[in-house]
Design a protein around this ligand. Structure first.
Ligand code: SF4
Length: 514
C-alpha cells in the first residue's frame, strides 16, 4: 500500500475540510467526491483507505523495468530505509507509470511524480499522473462475421444502454462503449453501470452485453468474442469475392463451380473475373440477391449467425435455380463460408438438382487452406480519453504549451508505459490498447469517471521551455525514497513489472530529444 497525506500532495494548511472532519475520520481530496473515511474503511472508490488514521493508497504504484530478465510483478517496500539494487536505479532502464500514482486534483497541484533521467547523454523528464477522465470511451473491435446488431443499435449492459454499434470493418464489427453521455448524461444507474463496465473491460475482464435486436455478446480484451454462447474461432479470410479471387487457382480443376457465402459479398467462381481469367466454363447457376458486378452478389440472405454471417443454415437456399442451357448433370459444386467453418459438396443430378455428397480430399484440402488463412478471432479494446485541465496543469503552469509540444512531437505520451496515439486537432485526445497496459491500470471515482494512468516524457530543456514545475523534478532515486509529490518521508509501496515486450521503450525515442 502507498501512503498519501490527506492533502494528497498539498501542505496541510491548504485543506480547510480538515476542520470539519468528524472524530476518527480523515479526508481524501484526490477527486471531487472528497470522502471522509473512517478508520479501517476505504473511500468510495476503494482506492484509498484510512489505516490507523493515515490515508493510504490501497494499490501500489507500478514501475516498469526494461530488463528482459525482470521476472513478472514484484512488490517492493517504498520507503526511505529500503536499499534498492543498483540495477533498479539505472534510470533509463526504469519507467515510472501513472498506475497507482494518484491525481493532481484539484487541478493546480504538480503531478505526483516528475522524474528526471538521462538517455543517451540527454537529460529527460517524465511527468506521471493518474487522470480522472469523464470524457472517455472504449472503442471495441470484434472479429466476427456473425450479425451482432444493426448499425447504431443500442448496446446494453445489465439492462442499461452503455454504447452502440458503429461500422462494420473488414471481418470485424466495431462498437463504441461508454462515453460522457452514458457516464453523466443519463440516470445514476446508467452512469454507474457504464463506469463499472468500462473499468472491467479496461482491466481485461469479461463483460456480457445484449444488443437491441441483435446478439448476446461476451467481450474480454485479447480473447475471442462469445456470440450467443458460441466462442468465435476464426476471422474471415476476406469477403466472398476476395476468397474466390485468392483461392481461384486452387478451386479450378477440383470443382466446376464454387460459391463463397458471405453476408457482405457472396462470390461465384465461374462468373467472377478470377474464374473467367482461368477460362472456367459458366455453370449456369442463378443466385438470389442483388448482383453487384459479375460473380459478386449483395444481400443473398439476411444477416445472422449462420453461414458467412447470414441467417441461412441450408446454403442451397440462396440458389434460385440453374440455366438448363448451361448447367450439366454431374456438375461439381462447392459451397463454403468465408472461414471454411461451413462447407458442403454437391453434384447435379440429371434433373440439375444438387445432391450432397462426401467431399473429395482434394476439395477438403482447399477448404482447410481457407481456414488456415483465417486469423484467430479476438476482441480488441482501445481506451480513448481526453486529457483535460487537471492533467495538463499538473505538468505545466501554462497548459496550452504542453498541448502544442505534444503536437510538435516533443513529448512522448504513454498510458501505463504503453504507446498512446494522440489524435490530431485540438486538445490531448489519446487512444491506447488496454492489452499493452499493466493489469488493473483502470480505476473509477463515483462522480462517475474513469481513472487511467498517463505519462509525458520529454527532454529537460523542453520541459523547462513549456513552463514545467521544475522545483518538483526528482531523480528516480529521490522519487523511490520520497514517494509521490511533496510527501517527504511517506511510506509508499510500489510494484515492479516487466515492460510489455511489444511496447517501444517510452524514454529515448528521437523526437523527444529534439
Ligand atoms: S472517491 Fe476515492 S479518490 Fe475520490 S475522494 Fe473518495 S477515496 Fe478519494
Amino acid at each position: 500500500m502507498s501512503e498519501h497525506t490527506k492533502t494528497d500532495g498539498l501542505p496541510q494548511q491548504c485543506v480547510p475540510v480538515e476542520e470539519k472532519l468528524a472524530k476518527g475520520k480523515i479526508a481524501c481530496n484526490a477527486c471531487p467526491v472528497l470522502c471522509q473515511i473512517s478508520e479501517g474503511r476505504t473511500g468510495a472508490c476503494d482506492r484509498y483507505a484510512n489505516q490507523a488514521g493515515v490515508l493510504i493508497r490501497v494499490d501500489p504504484v507500478v514501475f516498469l523495468r526494461r530488463s528482459p530478465d525482470g521476472a513478472g510483478a514484484q512488490l517492493v517496500a517504498f520507503d526511505t530505509n529500503h536499499e534498492f539494487a543498483s540495477d533498479l536505479l539505472q534510470s533509463n532502464e526504469v519507467f515510472v507509470t501513472g498506475v497507482g500514482s494518484s491525481t493532481t486534483y484539484p487541478d493546480y497541484k504538480p503531478a505526483p511524480f516528475i522524474v528526471s533521467s538521462q538517455v543517451a547523454g540527454v537529460d529527460m523528464v517524465t511527468v506521471v499522473t493518474e487522470g480522472i477522465f469523464s470524457y472517455c470511451s472504449l472503442k471495441v473491435k470484434i472479429d466476427t462475421d456473425r450479425f451482432l446488431g444493426a448499425e447504431q443499435a443500442n448496446v446494453r449492459c445489465e439492462g442499461e444502454v452503455v454504447g452502440h454499434i458503429t461500422t462494420a470493418e473488414y471481418g470485424s464489427q466495431m462498437l463504441s462503449l461508454g462515453g460522457v453521455h452514458h457516464l453523466t448524461g443519463g440516470s445514476k444507474k446508467e452512469g454507474r453501470i457504464t463506469m463499472d463496465m468500462m473499468m472491467a473491460l479496461g482491466n481485461k475482464q469479461a463483460v456480457e452485453f445484449m444488443i437491441d435486436g441483435g446478439s448476446r455478446l461476451v467481450i474480454q480484451a485479447g480473447k475471442a468474442p462469445v456470440v450467443n454462447g458460441v466462442e468465435e474461432q476464426r476471422m474471415r479470410v476476406g469477403c466472398g469475392s476476395a476468397a474466390i479471387g485468392i483461392f481461384a487457382k486452387q478451386f479450378c480443376g477440383v470443382a466446376d463451380e464454387v460459391v463463397v457465402v458471405d453476408d457482405h459479398i457472396t462470390g461465384v467462381l465461374t462468373e467472377h473475373q478470377a474464374g473467367r481469367c482461368l477460362d472456367m466454363r459458366p455453370s449456369g447457376i442463378q443466385m438470389n440477391g442483388r448482383k453487384s458486378t459479375p460473380g459478386r452478389y449483395f444481400q443473398v440472405a439476411n444477416s445472422g449467425t449462420g453461414w458467412g454471417g447470414t441467417d441461412i443454415a441450408d446454403p442451397l437456399s440462396i440458389i434460385e435455380g440453374w440455366d438448363a442451357d448451361r448447367a450439366w448433370p454431374g456438375l461439381r459444386l462447392l459451397m463454403t463460408s468465408t472461414t471454411g467453418e461451413h462447407a458442403s459438396w454437391y453434384v447435379l443430378d440429371d434433373g440439375l438438382k444438387p445432391l450432397e455428397q462426401a467431399m473429395p480430399p482434394e476439395v477438403r484440402e482447399v477448404v482447410e487452406r481457407i481456414g488456415e488463412n483465417c486469423e484467430p478471432s479476438l476482441s480488441t479494446v482501445l481506451f480513448l480519453g481526453g486529457a483535460g485541465g487537471s492533467l495538463r496543469a499538473g505538468v505545466t503552469e501554462n497548459p496550452v504549451l504542453l498541448t502544442r509540444a505534444i503536437k510538435k512531437a516533443w513529448v512522448n505520451v504513454t498510458c501505463g508505459g504503453a504507446p498512446a496515439y494522440v489524435w490530431p486537432g485540438g486538445g490531448i485526445t489519446v487512444m491506447v490498447d488496454v492489452m499493452r497496459m499493466p493489469d488493473n491500470s483502470f480505476g473509477t471515482v463515483p462522480t462517475p469517471a474513469i481513472v487511467a494512468p498517463i505519462e509525458f516524457s520529454m527532454s529537460m530543456d523542453n520541459y523547462r521551455a513549456l513552463g514545467g514545475h521544475m522545483a518538483h523534478v526528482r531523480t528516480l532515486e529521490e522519487a523511490l525514497r520520497r514517494g509521490a509529490g511533496h510527501n517527504d518521508g511517506a511510506s509508499l509501496s510500489l510494484q515492479w513489472q516487466t515492460a510489455h515486450p511489444a511496447n517501444v521503450w517510452p524514454l529515448g525515442s528521437p523526437p523527444m530529444l529534439g
